[in-house]
Design a protein around this ligand. Structure first.
Ligand code: GLN
Length: 304
């Protein structure tokens, strides 16, 4: 496995740095222990967080961190580590601090311009792959691709079927990350900038499969403060959280081949509403699948 690239230091603003007792010399192991203790009261994955942050700083895969723990940590690295630990203490997600997040079989670059890919979304990927596996040269579209997680997982999973994978996003910052990920993973995806289907030029052929993890959180959801580091654009969609899904449903049928499948991720309390919207829009065989936690998280239907 190649070394992870050093995450760019994006915070040019001074931020509070935890007291680092006179920068006493210490090994990476000492600082790892210190960081885990610092994070204990703030994260239920303190040890893992401390390891991921240190591994990213040392440009070492986390699985090989153990081999690097005997060496002393330079003052410059200690300062950077302490600053990251402090940001983690304040609640910033590890993925944004390390600049990486695992999703499906992929290791993705992320920054705060994209939603952090979540294991919940693997339910959608699994369903999409099962369905598309029988098609030769399937045409796939991921709407609101963010980091590119879903589009890239599908491109990777269907490699043998020579798929044509398209992905859109309204955010240029998100598309930059998605394109970087595609380049790093050497997976071909046609990226287009624009809102949902508006990003596609006329003349683009219809798709066998359209998928999306759109924003679906209600604008006044009490959990939003927990998601404050992530782009609001990727999270909220009107008073009931269903505005984006309604927008997608307006045009989805015209971009699907007859018999094509539409899959939408949604919140665990939105399944009945999304199934009703799919049925009203004329989709057939409407179904919902549950995530690993047993919650109804993805609904889909076929274009008759
Ligand atoms: N699943 C995310 C959350 O609630 C929301 C993602 C989304 O809106 N697409 O943490």
């Amino acid at each position: 496995m190649s070394a992870m690239p050093l995450p760019p230091i994006r915070d040019t603003q001074p931020r509070p740095v935890a007291p680092v007792e006179g920068l006493a010399p210490g090994t990476a192991q000492d600082w790892l222990g210190w960081a885990a203790r610092e994070l204990e009261a703030h994260s239920d994955s303190a040890q893992a967080d401390a390891e991921v942050l240190l591994a990213a700083l040392l440009q070492t895969p986390r699985s090989q961190l153990r081999g690097a723990l005997e060496q002393p940590l330079s003052a410059a690295l200690v300062l950077r580590y302490a600053a990251q630990v402090e940001r983690r203490r304040q609640g910033e997600p590890v993925a944004y601090l390390s600049g990486r997040q695992g999703f499906w079989t992929l290791d993705l670059q992320v920054d705060n311009g994209v939603l952090i890919p979540r294991p919940d979304t693997e339910t959608l990927v699994e369903w999409a792959l099962q369905w598309a596996r029988d098609l030769a040269a399937p045409r796939l579209l991921d709407l609101g691709t963010g980091s590119g997680a879903i589009a890239l997982a599908l491109a990777d999973g269907l490699r043998q079927r020579t798929p044509a994978v398209w992905a859109t996003d309204v955010s240029p910052a998100a598309l930059r990350i998605a394109r970087d990920n595609a380049r790093e993973l050497q997976l071909p995806v046609e990226f287009r900038e624009g809102s949902w289907f508006e990003a596609l030029e006329s003349g683009v052929s219809p798709f066998d499969l359209i998928v999306s993890n759109p924003p679906y959180v209600a604008a006044d959801d009490p959990h939003l403060p927990d998601l404050r580091y992530e782009p609001r654009l990727a999270l909220t969609a009107g008073v009931d959280g269903l505005d984006a899904i309604r927008d997608i449903l307006c045009d989805a049928a015209t971009w699907l081949k007859p018999g094509g499948l539409l899959l939408l991720e949604h919140g665990c309390d939105q399944a009945a509403a999304v199934r009703a919207l799919l049925n009203q829009t004329g989709f057939a065989g409407v179904q919902t699948r549950r995530d690993l936690g047993g919650r109804e998280r993805v609904s889909g239907g076929l274009r008759p």
